[in-house]
Write a protein that binds this ligand. Structure first.
Ligand code: ASP
Length: 326
């Protein structure tokens, strides 16, 4: 399967992404190999849940946890830094069969934000919790909290320094600064179709390098960065403000459900046409209840992969790459 589509794979199925901000120039061969390994491990972890007959939400959270723990991706450990040098984490999860969802934003100490989003969905009366309150809820739920230094990696710190320097230069010459593009985003996401034919979606991120205090992107916003219903599931990665304004994840699924569009056409229409037209960029993964899959992106690469009933992981990073065995 190449960048685009693969139609009607058999359930159970798991599709993941590790962000659309990947650039060849800023990735060593060793880093690339590590990232591919982590993608394969995430696929296997999610697949193990599906194989054991667990529901799609279990597979989504298992796969995302592996990607959150891997420092290569912009989620939990390895998250990008805010303007004032913090790691501020957002995540969400949605169960397509029951239309339930959970989301958290702006947390600094939650080791696996996807687990907290899941707890909001399963053990609260709410859909979204933010900041200190979300961390109080995490403690109540017995979800692991860590010192904020746990999330820090040197590479992300250097990316912030570079972003600050570029910003200062642009301000000095009063050139408008186009923030995103290289290394400003990342994000991880997963979609699953379980043996019962039910879908789930989840997304977890550190947001965008140099984001300002309190900025929340699309990843924890149900319908923007994450969506699942009975026919379609989507997780996005890219310049979040544009995904929010276009309700990107929901829009893709609405075009499938109400507009009768094939999944790949709907996904490409929103990600590769509407968002760039508005000035944004990024990618997404989309999965249909019929087993159709799409991986649209308009950046240099997007960490991505899928695993089917046979349990063989397939991963790819750059444009035009075959989704091969790692
Ligand atoms: N969409 C995320 C955000 O805007 C960033 C990303 O995909 O890496 O927060």
């Amino acid at each position: 399967m190449r960048d685009g589509v693969l139609v009607a794979l058999d359930a159970p199925l798991l599709v993941i992404h590790g962000g659309a901000g990947v650039e060849r120039a800023s990735l060593s061969a060793e880093e690339e190999a590590e990232a591919r390994k982590a993608l394969a491990a995430a696929l296997r972890a999610g697949h193990a849940q599906l194989k054991a007959g667990k529901p799609a939400v279990e597979a989504v959270s298992a796969a995302i946890q592996v990607l959150e723990d891997a420092p290569q991706f912009n989620a939990a450990r390895g998250a990008v830094f805010t303007h004032d040098g913090k790691n501020e984490l957002d995540a969400s999860i949605m169960d397509g069969a029951s239309n339930r969802a959970g989301a958290i934003a702006g947390v600094h100490r939650v080791k696996n934000p996807i687990l907290l989003a899941r707890a909001v969905m399963d053990h609260s009366r709410h859909v979204m919790m933010v900041g200190d309150g979300a961390e109080v809820f995490a403690a109540e739920q017995g979800i692991a909290l860590v010192d904020p230094s746990y999330f820090r990696t040197e590479k992300r710190w250097q990316q912030l320094q570079q972003a600050l320097a570029e910003e200062a230069k642009a301000q000095a010459s009063s050139t408008p600064l186009m923030l995103p593009g290289k290394a400003y985003f990342g994000t991880v996401g997963a979609l699953a179709l379980d043996a019962q034919g039910k879908l789930a979606a989840g997304t977890s991120t550190g947001g965008m390098t140099n984001k300002r205090y309190g900025r929340v992107g699309d990843a924890p916003i149900i319908g923007a960065g994450t969506w699942a219903d009975t026919r379609c599931a989507v997780s996005g990665t890219g310049w979040g403000e544009f995904y929010i304004r276009s309700a990107a994840a929901h829009e893709i699924c609405a075009r499938v459900r109400l507009g009768g569009q094939p999944l790949a056409r709907a996904a490409e229409g929103v990600i590769d046409r509407d968002i760039p037209k508005a000035g944004g960029d990024g990618g997404a993964i989309a999965l249909g209840a019929d087993g159709s899959v799409a991986f649209p992106f308009n950046t240099e690469g997007m960490y991505r992969g899928w695993i089917g009933a046979d349990g063989v992981p397939h991963v790819a990073v750059f444009r035009g790459e075959e989704l091969a065995r790692p």
